[in-house]
Write a protein that binds this ligand. Structure first.
Ligand SMILES: Nc1ncnc2c1ncn2[C@@H]1O[C@H](COP(=O)(O)OP(=O)(O)OP(=O)(O)O)[C@@H](O)[C@H]1O
Length: 457
C-alpha cells in the first residue's frame, strides 16, 4: 500500500402546468434577488423534522432540456439519485434511451461530483453552507446538475455558455480575435524569468498572471497560489481529465497538476509522496487542501464520488466546528495543522484516509484577541439547542460565559438578546446562521459515524 500525504501548516418548453422554471422567469426572480433556494432551510426547523420532511430539490438540466432553468423534484432524506433522475425524466419527458447522472456542484469554480445512483442528494445538500441553501451570494455555485453519460462511461459536457468562461476557451477566443490580446510576455514558471529580481517576480505574478485570472504559477516544481477571493471555473471534471497523467509544466500551472504528479509518481515508483501546503492565515491553504483531496480521489475513482470522499467531506464540518474560529484575518480560520493521509491500493484505488490534527491553538479557549472569537462550536451549541436541551445541559447565555464574552469592541458588554439587532461587531459574522451550523454539525457527526451517545457527550 502506498499513499499521498498532504500536510497543511498551521498559521424548460416543458409541461405547461408544471412548476418547471422557464428562462424568462428565472431572470425576473434573479433580478429581485429572490431566486428561491434549493431547499429552504427555515422550513426544516429542527433536526427531527429533517428526518421525515419532504424537500424540494432543484435539478438544473442545462442543455439536456433547452429553455428549462431547473426542475423541482420532491425528495426525502433517503431518496436516491436514481429516484430523482427518474422524476426529472418524467417531468421533462426526456429521452429514455439515454443514460443520465446527477452531478453535485460545489463552490469555487463549478467543481463537479458525479453521484452514484445510490447516493442520497438530500443528505449531500445538508452539508452545504446555509448561504448555498438560500441561493444568496455564492449560493449560485451550489446545485445539482443533470448530466448525460456517454456509452463509454464518460460525461457529456456541451454547454458552450459554461465553457466560454473557462480559461482554455478564453484563450482560443483571444486567438480568433474575439477578446482583447493579453499584455506581453508572461512566465508560467518564475525560474524562466530572464531577469530575476523582486520587481520582475512580483510584476509577473501580479500584472501578467493574477490580473489575467491566472492564480497559479510555478517556481520549478513548487506551485505559488494567489488567493482570488472569487469564483473561478477551473476546478470541474474537464480540468480533472485535462491534467490526468501530464508532466508538470506541460500545461498551464494548476493545483490539479501537482496532485496528478504525486499520484502518478506514487504509482510508478511505488513510493509514498508528500505535498506540503504553507502560507499565512487566509491565504487559501484549506481551500487548496480541499482541491488536492478532490483531485486525488477523483483520479482514483474516475470522477465518481467515493465513500472515502464522503467521509472526508463529513469530517470537514466536524473539524471546523471544534478547530476553526473567527480571527481578524479570516472569519473561518483553522486554528490547527492537519496531516491528511490518503491510502491507495496497488491498483491506484483509494482505500481510506486518515486525518491527524496537531498544534491546536489551545490558548484561544481561555483568551481571545480583540474582535476574535472562541471556537465556533460554543456559539453553535448556545444558539442551536432547544429549550429542553438548554435545561438538560445547564446552558446559560453566551454573555454569561467569561470565555465567550471577552472580545466585544464596546466597553459595555453586548447582550445576547440583542444579538441580531446590535451594531455589527465581532459577535456578528456576515451571513452566519449559528442554528443552521449546529444542525449541519450534528448531521456531519452522524455521517462520519458518531453514535448518538457520543454526540450528546
Ligand atoms: N482557490 C480559491 N478560489 C476562490 N476563493 C478562495 C480560494 N482559496 C481561498 N479562497 C477564499 O479565501 C478564504 C480563506 O481561505 P482559507 O480558509 O483556505 O485560508 P487558510 O490559509 O486555510 O486560512 P487559515 O490559516 O486562517 O485557516 C476562503 O474562505 C475563500 O473565500
Amino acid at each position: 500500500m502506498v499513499r499521498v500525504d498532504t500536510l497543511q501548516t498551521v498559521s424548460g418548453n416543458v409541461l405547461k402546468q408544471s412548476p418547471v422554471l422557464l428562462e424568462g422567469r428565472a431572470a425576473a426572480a434573479g433580478a429581485h434577488g429572490n431566486c428561491s433556494s434549493n431547499m429552504n432551510l427555515h422550513d426544516v426547523g429542527g433536526r427531527r423534522r429533517f428526518e421525515d420532511s419532504e424537500f424540494t430539490l432543484r435539478i438544473y438540466p442545462g442543455n439536456i432540456a433547452e429553455g428549462t432553468i431547473y426542475c423541482p423534484v420532491s425528495a426525502r432524506k433517503n431518496t436516491t439519485a436514481a429516484d430523482v433522475i427518474e422524476q426529472v425524466i418524467d417531468r421533462l419527458r426526456l429521452d429514455r434511451t439515454k443514460l443520465y447522472v446527477l452531478a453535485e456542484v460545489k463552490e469555487f469554480g463549478g467543481e463537479e461530483w458525479i453521484l452514484n445512483p445510490s447516493d442520497c442528494p438530500v443528505q449531500r445538500m445538508m452539508l452545504w453552507p446555509r448561504m448555498a441553501l438560500e441561493n444568496r451570494f455564492g449560493g449560485e455555485d451550489y446545485r445539482f446538475l443533470l448530466r448525460e453519460k456517454n456509452l463509454d462511461g464518460s460525461i457529456h459536457y456541451a454547454s458552450l455558455q459554461m465553457w466560454l468562461r473557462v480559461t482554455e476557451e478564453r484563450r482560443r477566443m483571444v486567438e480568433r480575435g474575439f477578446l482583447p490580446q493579453p499584455p506581453p510576455k508572461e512566465y508560467e514558471d518564475l525560474c524562466s524569468l530572464p531577469d530575476l529580481n523582486e520587481k520582475t517576480l512580483l510584476d509577473n505574478l501580479r500584472a501578467r498572471r493574477f490580473k489575467q485570472e491566472k492564480i497559479y504559477t510555478y517556481v520549478g516544481s513548487i506551485l505559488i497560489v494567489i488567493n482570488p477571493f472569487k469564483f473561478l471555473p477551473i476546478y470541474n471534471p474537464k480540468y480533472v481529465k485535462m491534467y490526468d497523467n501530464h508532466q508538470l509544466g506541460k500545461l498551464e500551472p494548476h493545483i490539479y497538476a501537482v496532485a496528478d504528479v504525486a499520484y502518478h509518481t506514487m504509482l510508478q515508483r511505488r513510493q509514498d509522496q508528500c505535498i506540503v501546503i504553507s502560507g499565512e492565515s487566509g491565504s487559501g491553504k484549506t481551500q487548496s487542501t480541499n482541491f488536492l483531496i478532490h483531485h486525488l480521489t477523483a483520479l482514483s475513482q474516475k470522477g465518481f464520488a467515493s465513500g472515502v470522499e464522503q467521509t472526508i467531506l463529513g469530517a470537514g464540518p466536524v473539524l471546523e466546528a471544534f478547530g476553526n474560529a473567527k480571527t481578524a484575518h479570516n472569519n473561518n480560520s483553522s486554528r490547527f495543522g492537519k496531516f491528511i493521509q490518503v491510502n491507495y491500493q496497488e491498483s491506484g484505488t483509494v482505500r481510506g484516509a486518515y486525518v491527524e490534527k496537531y498544534l491546536l491553538e489551545k490558548s484561544r479557549l481561555v483568551y481571545q484577541e480583540h474582535n476574535e472569537r472562541n471556537y465556533h462550536v460554543f456559539y453553535y451549541l448556545l444558539a442551536g439547542t432547544t429549550d429542553e436541551e438548554k435545561k438538560e445541559f445547564h446552558l446559560k447565555k453566551p454573555e454569561e460565559y467569561h470565555y465567550l464574552n471577552q472580545m466585544t469592541k464596546k466597553p459595555h458588554r453586548l447582550h445576547w438578546d440583542n444579538y441580531y439587532e446590535s451594531e455589527a461587531d465581532c459577535f456578528t459574522v456576515e451571513g452566519e446562521d449559528l442554528k443552521h451550523d449546529f444542525e449541519r454539525l450534528q448531521l456531519a457527526m452522524e455521517m462520519v459515524g458518531f453514535l448518538p451517545a457520543t454526540r450528546k457527550q
